[in-house]
Design a protein around this ligand. Sequence first.
Ligand code: ADP
Ligand code: MG
Length: 324
Amino acid sequence: MTDLLTLDDVARAYVTRKGLLGRRSTVRAVDGVSLQVKAGETLGIVGESGSGKSTMGRIALGLERPNEGAVRFDGAPMPLAGTPEWRDARRRMQMVFQDPLAALDRRLPVLTQIIEPLAIHKIDTDPARAGLEALTAVGLSRDHGARFPHELSGGQRQRVVIARALMTAPDLLVCDEPVSALDVSIQAQVVNLLIDLQQRSGLGMMFISHDLRVVRQISTRVAVMYLGRIVEEGPAADVLRTPAHPYARALVSAAPAPGPRRTDRVILTGEPPNPAARPTGCAFHPRCPVAVARCRSEAPPLVPIASGRSAACHLITPFAKVAA
Ligand code: ADP
Ligand code: MG
């Protein structure tokens, strides 16, 4: 399968200033990330707040330029914002963010907003029929379509945003914390809707969440991020059942899979990660229960550790050595 989306060694730094006369500091929000999303698969991106997930999502959509590295969409370099090529690419990649109310216009009935992309992208189809189909596809009725955003529940509003995102039959959907603002009881319904729609359309999805339980539900592959870097990546079932990186192990033991309890719980200790004060060497070393001297001075590269699986940790044996 060809890659729909490829990020190749992408980095994005922000220069920030504390106070009016404060010292300028550079935050490397995303720091050398490479990943691929293929058609029909969902790449889950998980990591604590500040690990660079949203920045990476914006870069993947061409909403933000990386300082370093390259983004390719369907084999071609991501076009520059504003060009006709970019408009075409944007029709083929859509997004769903955390706050549906912010994404919708309070003054317009939701059906009007669901069919807006047809006019924007000059898609030749019957808007009334397409709108009704879209409402049905996300589990809403014609009656919901006539309502205004504030007359719907949070879950229904997110369904509206999803319906609108799918209007252009995109190849790629980037979801950034799409259920994090919803009640836990509603989250699973919306996630199941996304799974269902994706399986029917075969689109590729990047699903960003700080919540491992949600990522576990939807992902085919998972990338675990820590302070702007991927520390472990691989098939979701493998990474989330037998995480290799100490940080991934800690995340998983804090949100264990349903089923028999494992006894080897790893508790995350120490300060939460601060992107403005990135530790030397492996950024996780101050919180790592197994760190050795080398971890303080030398940043571990992301290397294959098994078929289709990578991790960035000095203490994990690389695949080549396993095979030898
Ligand atoms: P996440 O989505 O994982 O919480 P973000 O990508 O939002 O992480 O942020 C990563 C780091 O980059 C944070 O330290 C954040 O403060 C910083 N950052 C993100 N966007 C900007 C911006 N536009 N200007 C300055 N700093 C930013
Ligand atoms: Mg975020």
